[in-house]
Design a protein around this ligand. Structure first.
Ligand code: F0G
Length: 460
């Protein structure tokens, strides 16, 4: 390990054994799972890089805080502790816990859909965000900078909005038809790429100019703040929490999956700057779908763990190590010549499977082929983000070709060591060296919705 990457700023107090399997066993396990890694049992996975969502390790302070959780149905002390932390970071007046990110989406997003033919605009809507926009009867349009699709060349903020496209879209659709602007930080679907403070400031100006509400999807806002400190002029000497506060100053509301930068296994947040009427409407809907407003689907102890986790995730040493781990894996793959998105984002390394396995057409799912080969090689579970995830065109029923065929190696927080990442890198290098042997997949069973979760396949 060289000094380029920060060593763990923690020591390990409790361990969870993980099972190793043989290659022969994994060949059978994958076959039994219908060649769909989502159907593998966790027990059959050695290193699980499926997601960074809810998969992090809590600290002793968080476990300690759980002991003082107040499980009162109404007015829990845990709620007030969490509320005070959320207000301290965001500066917003109103707060409500929810069970996870999509809970926040289902409560909040329909509130701004007031008539037919409306749109939400985002840099890129995350899948569940898009689903809730559509369920609410609106359409989701993405206005991300074009450079996010250029995997090879360095740009410090590939998650940014294309400001011209954003304004053009508002004018084209009519400002009265825009429900809100959703700033996703970091931009998960663009590879966990950060959004610059300047970009957020400009988006805010555009939102104000047209009287449109500006919403932050802050699942990974702490990681975004770290990138700003590292890369944006004028922020090098600022504290991460102050960068986060400035971030929230450019929006009117926060929707957050706390399973990422909240450092908890389950939880979510709605916070609203000052619109009491909107908050009251959200509370009413939350009672029906999530729970009474002072617990929102969470245990009291969960709220206490989150109150502590939110502050821990803003610790600069924690963040440096976190991002260094992702970078370490990215650097090892790049040194071996493996095509990945460069620079790496905050939570994952994205492997360019179109470049890696060009012999496999998009409708035979090159990223699934690479993901499965990696599992067979070392028991590492990654996730396909490409044409399989994208699905079919509802009008023509044809498979849609994704712009990018990616495999996401998502790093959970405070869970794996650099040694684990070496196992991943070595296995990936092996797959790369045998890339010409990779073959695509056909459906054995195709699930009608969200097909990537439950479909089964046969190798071609
Ligand atoms: N927004 C973003 C940017 C996300 O990445 C996610 C979840 C959500 C909202 C929804 O939150 O899962 O708590 O309901 N992303 C996970 C992932 C699932 O693997 O990227 P949730």
């Amino acid at each position: 390990m060289n000094k380029k990457y920060m060593a763990e700023p923690y020591r390990i107090k409790m361990v969870e054994s993980i099972r190793q399997t043989t290659k022969e066993e994994r060949i059978t396990l994958l076959k039994n799972a219908g060649y769909n890694p989502f159907s593998l049992r966790s027990d059959d996975v050695y290193i699980d890089l499926l997601t960074d969502s809810g998969t992090g390790a809590m600290s002793q302070e968080q476990w300690g805080a759980m002991m003082i959780g107040d499980e009162a149905y109404a007015g829990s002390r845990s709620f007030y502790r969490l509320e005070s932390v959320v207000k301290n970071i965001t500066g917003y007046k109103y707060f409500m816990p929810v069970h996870q990110g999509r809970g926040a989406e289902q409560v909040f997003l329909p509130q701004l859909v007031t008539h037919k033919g409306m749109y939400y605009l985002s840099n890129i809507h995350f899948d569940t965000t898009r689903a809730h926009v559509e369920l609410a009867g609106a359409r989701a349009l993405d206005c991300v900078t074009e450079c996010c699709y250029d995997l090879k060349n360095y740009h410090p903020f590939k998650g940014n909005f294309d400001l011209e496209l954003l304004e053009k879209t508002i004018l084209e659709k009519g400002k009265e038809n825009i429900c809100g602007i959703i700033m996703t930080i970091t931009n998960n679907s663009a590879g966990g790429q950060p959004v610059s403070m300047e970009n957020m400031r400009e988006v805010h100006k555009i939102a104000k100019k047209y009287g449109i509400m500006n919403i932050i999807d802050g699942a990974r806002y702490a990681e975004n703040s770290f990138f700003i400190k590292e890369r944006e002029k004028g922020y090098q000497d600022k504290d991460i929490i102050d960068i986060a506060r400035e971030t929230y100053s450019y929006a009117d509301a926060l929707l957050m999956s706390a399973k990422k930068d909240g450092l908890v296994n389950m939880g979510g947040i709605i916070a609203i700057r000052d619109d009491k009427c909107l908050f009251d409407k959200c509370r009413t809907r939350a009672v029906a779908y999530e729970g009474f407003p002072t617990y929102g689907g969470l245990n009291g102890r969960d709220m206490d763990a989150l109150a502590v986790g939110l502050m821990e995730a803003l610790d600069e040493n924690y963040l440096r190590h976190r991002i260094d781990q992702v970078r370490y894996l990215g650097d090892r793959l790049m040194e071996a010549g493996i095509p990945i998105q460069y620079p790496v984002g905050g939570h994952a390394v994205f492997v360019d499977c179109k470049a890696l396995a060009p012999q496999i057409p998009y409708d035979q799912f090159p990223s699934l082929a690479v993901t499965n080969a990696l599992y067979v090689e070392a028991g590492v579970r990654a996730v396909e983000i490409g044409s399989l995830l994208l699905g079919r065109d509802p009008d023509t029923n044809k498979n849609i070709e994704a712009k990018l065929e990616l495999m996401r190696l998502t790093i959970p927080r405070r869970v794996y060591t650099y040694n684990h990442l070496d196992v991943v890198a070595d296995a990936m290098i092996h797959v790369f060296e045998h890339r010409h042997e990779l073959k695509g997949y056909a459906f054995d069973y195709e699930s009608p919705i969200l097909r990537h979760f439950t479909s089964t396949f046969k190798p071609l």
